[in-house]
Design a protein around this ligand. Structure first.
Ligand SMILES: [Fe+2]
Length: 169
């Protein structure tokens, strides 16, 4: 097996683990940001996209004959990383969550850009196209988060300064 093929297979497994982790993170965040309906709605849309991304990756891996073994190891790696990113949830968890989400999207964008180029190098145009398609969805999510950071910050202060401890989420 060529190194190119070997790495494409390995990185697809990593991407699959990354999407599994993204599902867990999004589900947790949507639950915590109920006071921010626009953010919650966008996160719900991205959760559906993320599930579809995971399924498309599974189809792709099956087509390439990649076994499911090793998925747990890669998944554990991302779990540990995200525990670090998301570890500081205090009263400003909506802001910390936005930071963690944007960082996660940046990692996804980089991963799929690398994978698309790697799949092209491996002569697998179908996988390359899938990675570009998924990358477009991640970029849209990252762009939305970036655009809405200022409004989210203002909304956070509105709630934080309100006489309501529930609001500080
Ligand atoms: Fe994703």
């Amino acid at each position: 097996m060529s190194d190119t093929k070997k790495y494409v297979d390995q990185w697809l497994r990593d991407a699959h683990a990354m999407e599994q982790q993204a599902e867990t993170i999004l589900e947790g965040q949507i639950d915590r940001i109920r006071h921010y309906p626009a953010l919650a709605k966008r996160m719900e849309t991205h959760l559906e996209e993320t599930k579809s991304q995971r399924e498309r990756l599974e189809d792709c891996m099956e087509r390439r004959g990649i076994s499911a073994s090793g998925l747990k190891d890669a998944s554990a790696k991302f779990t540990a990383m995200m525990q670090n990113l998301g570890g500081v949830f205090a009263g400003d968890e909506v802001i910390k969550g936005a930071l963690a989400s944007y960082s996660f999207e940046a990692m996804e964008i980089a991963s799929y850009r690398i994978l698309a180029a790697a799949a092209e190098a491996d002569g697998d145009a179908q996988t390359a196209q899938l990675c570009r398609d998924i990358c477009t969805e991640e970029e849209a999510m990252a762009e939305w988060l970036k655009e809405h950071m200022p409004n989210l910050t203002v909304a956070f202060f509105d709630r934080a300064n309100a006489d309501d401890t529930e609001a500080k989420r």
